[in-house]
Design a protein around this ligand. Structure first.
Ligand code: IVH
Length: 756
């Protein structure tokens, strides 16, 4: 079989399994077998880039970050729906239709009204060519790159019509929303108010790779432009959608008259909380599409459909106390203890208060009468205080100064809403730390899953991840773990896999170990940066570098009138740091610091300096020494998931740092450096005065260009899950003319360029 044939076969197979898994929810192969198909396809496409097509399933993972969204004009416009809360108005709607359509008969379809974000998908000759948000209804945003990452949306459908525009709703399933919000809170970011905001926010991310990680889903329930195809009824159209592999509303009722429709609307209300998405009402549609044209539409909505909104659900109760929980990453979360009250199908006694800012802004005090609702239909939350019922003497709330679990210090990082316990040995963080430690990007002890990690900590077998090396293999094999179905199973043969992984881990590179320590703000990318200058873990521990970096930042911030003096000092320090592989980087948000930012950001340096000075580091060092482990950087390791994985880059022009520094960064992020531009070159990294043959050749071939800022942004964007992901500056346009001025010139020249 030729590569092209095998590629076609793999794609078809993967598409079939995607559909079974994402659309029909009945997978027929294991994740592992699916991954094997996937890996084979990726490998073949890498070996034969000429065979890559835009509808290959591998193209879903998200391309490079984009600058902004192009505008799309909707034809016909994406209208909204007239809504009512009143059944009487539905009867009027029916009467109005009968008056408009004398002598006609029709039926109604009732569907859930999904509370998400409207979306238009355009398929031309069966290929997904464009996805757009509703926007104003006339003009929306082109979000094709982001939408391609949503697995339940097929990139191709078996329909050759010149144009099929399907419309529907993008939503975030409740479970995914709850998980995303937990992660957002643990990362110190503001959680999303509800799944709709989370879905809308996700669709508008500029980095499709980030979107790919968001749990988005879609339901398609309408058509826009149709060329070369027509449907007599809505139900017929829904059947066709489903046959093409498009997800349609999971619940629909065909009703012969308005009475039946009202009964269906009531039935749907009882099922309201049974769907994986939030619904805020029912949609009543005329089934006969031929009548739509005759009914026409208002500027706002078609006359052939109505939305019936269910009453929002909330309850009042008394706030008895505020307790503070410490999450797996050390984040302190205030939680409301409530007088139990029924709400949307369950009895609520506790509700989240998110973070200290939220409590202060809403002025929530112990003793208050509060209104609660379920955010995303799942997470009970306190929405507001009913001020009339505040008891005398109720005092404002403040987070405790120390961790309620370990009594350790807490800290709130700049730009975060979360306050964290900074004690790396806090018992509340044990499970989280172990889970991070064994994860793929860290020390990759795959046999220990999330649940096993939790069980090991709960059983008291592991207090610190290094305890893994001390576990008795026999005891580990006999360890019993409850599975999904609740039955307990011996850990058995997996104990051997753990032993092997622990041996392998001893030789893993320094940055993986640093990441595995779970220090605040040291994600995988940050770990690569801070590990870069050191020969080993023990060398890192005693080195004054991070104090130097902090001094460097302090110097750039220091108020002095003598600019030359300051400039000189900064230049000397920057040079010394550069010699150790630390690169300068731009921060467009902070003009004063422009030109002086290092890949090592002050927060990272602070964390590292604090770690170095801690008792914990000393104990850790002793234990590592006892185990014979002293992690070293491994030059050759090309991190598979690096931001430049598999990419070929060529460098030209004058950069702000020695060329070797950039070459190293490229290699550290999984890319390769080439000497000259060819068809296979992915990017040309250009400094000042590019000129020369590389530049001309790249222009001739249309090779995308990266200036330093765009290059750094690309590295930042590839950052894997970090406690605080590194902020990526806006990417500069690639693939166009080189920037008039280099993004970063030599430090001395540009020092005060931005100052008045
Ligand atoms: S039909 C001409 N069906 O509700 C508009 N809309 O409040 C065609 N929506 O903009 C809409 N579920 O985004 C239709 N089953 C459903 C729906 C639905 C949610 C949204 C849609 C619309 C909004 C109006």
């Amino acid at each position: 079989m030729t590569a092209a044939e095998r590629i076609a076969e793999l794609r078809a197979e993967i598409l079939r399994h995607d559909r079974l898994y994402y659309v029909e929810a009945r997978p027929v192969i294991s994740d592992r077998d699916y991954d094997a198909l996937w890996d084979e396809l990726v490998a073949l496409e890498q070996a034969h880039p000429e065979l890559v097509t835009p509808d290959s399933p591998t193209r879903r993972v998200g391309g490079a970050p984009i600058e902004g969204f192009a505008k799309v004009r909707h034809d016909p416009p994406m209208r909204s729906l007239d809504k009512t809360y009143d059944k009487g108005e539905l009867a009027q709607f029916d009467a109005f239709l009968r008056q408009q359509l004398p002598g006609e008969t029709w039926d109604y379809v009732v569907e859930p009204k999904i509370d998400g974000v409207s979306l238009s998908l355009l398929y031309r000759h069966g290929r997904l060519v464009r996805a757009a948000t509703r926007g104003t209804g006339e003009v929306g945003d082109d979000v094709t790159a982001n939408v391609r990452t949503i697995r339940s949306i097929p990139l191709a459908i078996p329909c050759d019509a010149p144009a099929v525009e399907v419309r529907g709703e993008i939503y975030m399933p409740r479970a995914g929303f709850a998980a995303l919000n937990r992660a957002e809170e643990e990362a110190g970011r503001e959680p999303f108010a509800n799944p709709r905001n989370a879905a809308a926010g996700s669709l508008k991310l500029l980095d499709p790779r980030e979107v790919a990680r968001r749990p988005l889903d879609a339901v398609l329930y309408a058509a826009g432009a149709l060329e070369g195809i027509a449907f007599a009824t809505h139900t017929e159209m829904m059947r066709a959608f489903a046959q093409w592999g498009l997800r349609t509303p999971p619940w629909q009722r065909l009703c012969l008259d308005i009475r039946q429709a009202m009964a269906a609307i009531d039935e749907l209300e009882t099922l309201r909380h049974a769907f994986p998405f939030e619904i805020d009402g029912a949609v009543l549609k005329v089934n006969q599409r031929a009548l739509y044209g005759r009914l026409g539409s208002t500027a706002h909505a078609p006359r052939s459909a109505r939305a019936y909104k269910y009453a929002p659900e909330c309850a009042r109760t008394r706030l008895r106390a505020i307790t503070v929980q410490v999450g797996r990453t050390g984040v302190l979360t205030p939680v409301a203890d409530l007088d139990p009250v029924p709400l949307a199908g369950s009895v609520i006694a506790r509700a989240t208060l998110h973070n200290a800012d939220y409590v202060r802004e809403k002025d929530i005090r112990v003793g208050d009468m509060v209104e609660i609702s379920k955010h995303g239909d799942v997470i009970p939350a306190v929405d507001r205080v009913v001020p009339e019922f505040r008891p005398a003497g109720a005092a404002p709330f403040a987070l405790p100064a120390r961790c309620p679990v370990c009594g350790g210090e807490t800290e709130r990082l700049e730009g975060e809403v979360a306050t964290r316990c900074v004690n790396p040995e806090c018992p509340a963080q044990r499970v989280g730390h172990l889970q991070l430690f064994v994860s793929r990007g860290a020390l990759d002890i795959a046999a220990i899953g999330e649940r096993m990690a939790e069980a090991l900590v709960q059983a008291g077998l592991v207090t610190h991840p290094l305890d893994l090396w001390g576990l008795d293999p026999k005891a580990l094999a006999d360890f019993r773990l409850a599975g999904d179905d609740g039955t307990e199973r011996r850990f058995g043969k997996k104990a051997q896999e753990v032993a092997e992984a622990l041996e392998r881990a001893k030789t893993l590179p320094l940055h993986r170990w640093l990441y595995a320590l779970g220090l605040p703000g040291i994600g995988l990318t940050a770990a690569r940066v801070v590990a870069a200058p050191f020969a080993s873990f023990s060398a890192l521990l005693g080195d004054p570098l991070f104090r130097d970096v902090l001094d460097f930042y302090a110097a750039t911030e220091r108020k002095t009138d003598d600019r030359d003096l300051l400039a000189g000092e900064i230049a000397t320090r920057a040079e010394a740091l550069a010699a150790r592989g630390l690169v300068l980087r731009d921060d467009p948000a902070k003009p004063f610091r422009k030109r002086f930012l290092l890949t090592v950001k002050p927060e990272m340096a602070r964390t590292m300096a604090r770690f170095q000075a801690s008792d914990y580091a000393r104990r850790l060092a002793a234990r590592l020494a006892a185990l014979g482990i002293d992690p070293k950087p491994v030059e050759a390791e090309a991190p598979k998931g690096g931001a430049l994985a598999g990419k070929r880059l060529v460098i030209t022009g004058t950069l702000s740092q020695p060329r070797e520094t950039f070459e190293r960064l490229i290699r550290d992020n999984g890319g390769t450096v080439q000497g000259s531009v060819s068809k296979k070159t992915d990017f040309l990294l250009i400094g000042a005065d590019p000129g020369g043959s590389k530049y001309t050749k790249a222009q001739a071939l249309g090779t995308p260009l990266l200036d330093e800022a765009a290059f750094m942004a690309l590295l930042g964007a590839g950052a894997e899950t970090a406690a605080t992901p590194p902020e990526a500056p806006e990417p500069a346009p690639a693939g166009q003319n080189p920037p008039a001025a280099p993004a970063q010139a030599l430090i001395q020249d540009d020092l005060f360029g931005e100052l008045p």
